[in-house]
Ligand binder design. Structure first.
Ligand code: SF4
Length: 309
């Protein structure tokens, strides 16, 4: 963000609100909004979409910005949409964000559906994490993916848009590299008719741009942070990458695009085993027992590689 009194938009004479340090241009409010919405539209236009898609809506900044972008460009969209929220059951955090999500959907007039860990798995995330050695985010990711799939099936949703932005992709690229998880890069995520397809309309929009978009739309609220966030590897990688991006603008974008390029060129180099039905719950997974059942039966180990993002 820049000194508004000194800079004007590169495209017009209005005051600038944003400095794109990679492209070395200044953008005013209108052009920043147009850029973000243009990226979303371009992503959707190159994707084959059904008449209705779901937006994974946590109530946080990124998914709120995505929902708003969908609403602002809805006349140009090739599909209609609804919002889907997972309540993991995290005391002191989720109640506030769920309330915020409900309020935003009410104001925007978007149909909103919520699914709760407690209802589908019989336990909240807090209960599953209590006394466990396992990483909360790993458990959360595995179960959240399943909960979202269950909700999607109930609503007959076959495509889910998520608010992952370019920075998230860069973090994932580095995390895959430092954890030596080459299969995730080279095989991508397994496709299955069973699971809803995921799309990421913010894949080419940076976190700063998404944040500013939310602020300019009056949607940035000071919500509590998940108490488990500090324990994640992603949190550490995020901090490191931000420091690096400050010194070397463009690093984040390069890391994200590099992995995207590798996936496009070499995706499929590793052949995934075909999905097989879990002997316990019947959902398709990569082994005899799916990861959700392993988590719920407390038999998941670090050797099990998660299929979730
Ligand atoms: Fe779940 Fe981790 Fe995100 Fe908290 S920070 S919501 S535990 S993935």
């Amino acid at each position: 963000m820049v000194d508004n009194h000194q800079k004007t938009c590169t495209h017009c004479l209005r005051p600038a609100v944003y400095l794109d340090r990679v492209r070395e241009i200044h953008l005013c409010r209108e052009h920043l909004m147009a850029f973000v919405e243009g990226q979303v539209l371009a992503h959707l236009e190159k994707t084959n979409l059904p008449p209705v898609i779901g937006i994974a809506f946590s109530g946080g900044k990124d998914s709120t910005a995505l929902l708003k972008a969908f609403c602002r460009i809805h006349n140009d969209l090739p599909c209609s949409f609804l919002a889907m929220t997972v309540d993991e059951g995290i005391e002191g955090y989720r109640q506030d964000t769920i309330r915020a999500a409900e309020e935003i959907c009410r104001v925007l007039g978007v149909p909103h559906h919520i699914i709760r860990f407690q209802d589908v798995f019989g336990h909240s995330l807090d209960q599953l994490v209590a006394g466990s050695e396992r990483n909360a985010c790993t458990i959360c990711g595995i179960l959240r993916r399943r909960a979202l799939e269950i909700l999607a099936r109930r609503l007959e949703i076959r495509v889910i848009a998520t608010g992952h932005n370019q920075d998230d992709h860069a973090q994932t690229a580095i995390m895959n590299a430092i954890s030596g998880d080459e299969k995730k890069i080279f095989s991508g995520f397994a496709e299955s008719d069973w699971y809803a397809r995921r799309i990421k309309p913010f894949a080419r929009v940076s976190e700063r741009e998404v944040t500013l978009y939310a602020i300019l739309n009056g949607l940035f609220h000071d919500l509590p942070e998940c108490p488990y966030a500090v324990s994640s590897l992603r949190g550490e990688v995020r901090t490191l990458l931000y420091r690096y991006e400050l010194k070397h603008p463009g690093s984040m974008r390069n890391a994200a695009r590099c992995e995207e390029e590798i996936r496009q060129r070499l995706g499929g180099s590793f052949t995934r085993n075909p999905y097989q039905a879990c002997v316990s719950c019947g959902w398709p997974g990569s082994g005899r027992v799916c990861q959700v059942c392993k988590v719920l039966n407390d038999t998941w180990t670090g050797e099990d590689k998660a299929d979730h993002i």
